[in-house]
Design a protein around this ligand. Sequence first.
Ligand SMILES: Cc1ncc(C[n+]2csc(CCOP(=O)(O)OP(=O)(O)O)c2C)c(N)n1
Length: 660
Amino acid sequence: MTVKFNQLANAIRFLSIDAVQKANSGHPGMPMGMADVATVLFKYHLRFNPKNPNWINRDRFILSAGHGSMLLYSLLHLCGYKSISINDIKNFRQLNSICAGHPEYKKGTGIETTTGPLGQGLGNAVGMAIAEEIFEKKFGSSIINNKTYVIASDGDLMEGISHEAMSLAGHLKLKNLVVFFDNNKISIDGATSLSVSDNYKKRFESYGWNFLEVNGHNEKQISKAISKASKSKKPTLISCKTVIGFGSPNKSGKASSHGSPLGDDEISLVRKKLKWNNEPFKIPEEILKEWKKIGDRGELHEKNWQESLNKKNPKLKSDLEKIYINSDISGLEKLIEKEKTKYFEIKPDLATRQCSSVSIESITSILPQLIGGSADLSGSNNTKTTNSKIINSRNFDGNYIHYGVREHGMAATMNGLALYGGLIPYGGTFLIFSDYCKPSIRLSALMGLKVIYIFSHDSIGLGEDGPTHQPIEQLAGLRAIPNLNVFRPADINETLECWEIALKSKNTPSVIALSRQKVPYINPNNSKKNKCENGAYEVSISSHESNVTLVASGTEVELALKVQNKLKENNIHSKVVSMPCMELFDIQPEKFKSDLIEEDALVVTLEAGSISSWQKYIKNKGLNLGIDQFGESAPYKEVYNHFNLTEEKIINFIQKKLRE
Ligand SMILES: Cc1ncc(C[n+]2csc(CCOP(=O)(O)OP(=O)(O)O)c2C)c(N)n1
């Protein structure tokens, strides 16, 4: 018996609605509506190999509308990915199931990225498509030529991030990017006409995209549109007119099918209507076989690809492996050591953003996989160096992206660059605008991606731009994100070390917060060892009898050292601890922590920002000096004075406290 197209699509529909019903939670409407589009894509166009989900030249498939996660799990299961068994599907949304509520990235499973926060998948796709172009340029289009396909919903396209990401994709003419827009005109509140009247054709054409329109339940139309997109020189949006909850007699076309189980009675009616006479989770053998065939084709795709790679010169193959598979960073340690020694001799006064710039300059001379950029603040963030080669639509043989004023889009794109594999993205903006990147930073951390955020102008020290630009609560907010290292280096030595840790860390993204204003070199001795690795270290001690411990980060380490000198003149001895990374300090053994910050000392923490992340270090009797109100517009030294962050005022606070 030949298996009909709609039977293949119905297998997705029923796995989805039955899993949602069993979990008593989830989103059946979208997988029912997009099952036909997904089936066409997987059956005729997508090149992938379930036996090797990490094959570099596989087409990437991203479900940006992550609430429809059962669509993705059904596809992966049916195509034969080992990662998703029928039992996993039965365990949809249960603890430890790979079939989580929303897709969660896991290397080697076919789940290419974590989605759920609408719009993020679109940003990731732009990063993946840029990565493909970079690799294509490096290794040739016969070796790297994969496509990036995305399913996006009304919600995805309403999100602000979609405007940033799609505009950047059009500007860069990402020809291998194809977005299927699930144009079902329904969202949670009801008809999308309640809230949006965009002309999508005009919108996407103005970005420089192709815009195609199909009936999303018509096999031929869908397939023809994909073929057309694949020949395009621009990214393509295929608007697929679909019916949400397709096949449900009472709920199709309605918001009621979006986000709750259809119910047993309605599911029986869907079975009748779509002529599906199978028990929940039972897919007839011949349909399974047909899906399996679709998956099995991948082995041949990869084999052919491997053969053409073998014919290339062996250096190309080994470079591909070295950069892409191993993301080789050998040579980094030696380089950092050499740079540290050089600056120990010079002891330069530099803003830490300049320190980062010289770090980037030397690191990029040995690591071609570093892809930098900035959201239109290259000169301020000091992210662009003489080694930076700009990527543009005509030439992807570069290592620097001008993201434009698109912070959110930049961060999601960086996640996509990292997800593609082999590349290490770093990108900059002002620390204050980390708020504009926050949802994507959170996802870098949740996915465990090596993404490096360069956030300059990291305090009131930026001065006259005033409270709109002076970060206060940003460091505390970033530190509250699990699995994110927030670095705030104090000088060139620490900046080099923080960069080294960020590059070596395997599954943790990094924020490097940097100053606008100059700071002196504070490193007391040159050491091979990375002092920032433990999160904090002793910079200076005026006497071993000291009973005050000043703990500071970044630019405030200089202030702490000045306070130490003044205290000494008053016969008060103290220790200065630099803490460039709380997250790394907090995971050290108790002894290390209590040796550095002793229980019986008066602990004074110092950072020109919210005190909330410092409170844990002062125990009962310490002092948290910082700022818990919005900043002020004035020359920066005056602003520091206004907020009592001067030597004299700090000494007064300490003396008063010691007298208590
Ligand atoms: C950033 C973000 N905001 C809100 C939500 C909650 N949410 C999930 S789906 C959705 C909209 C549903 O409409 P649509 O995108 O058209 O999906 P469909 O109804 O077609 O499945 C919303 C608001 C979310 N997941 N992410």
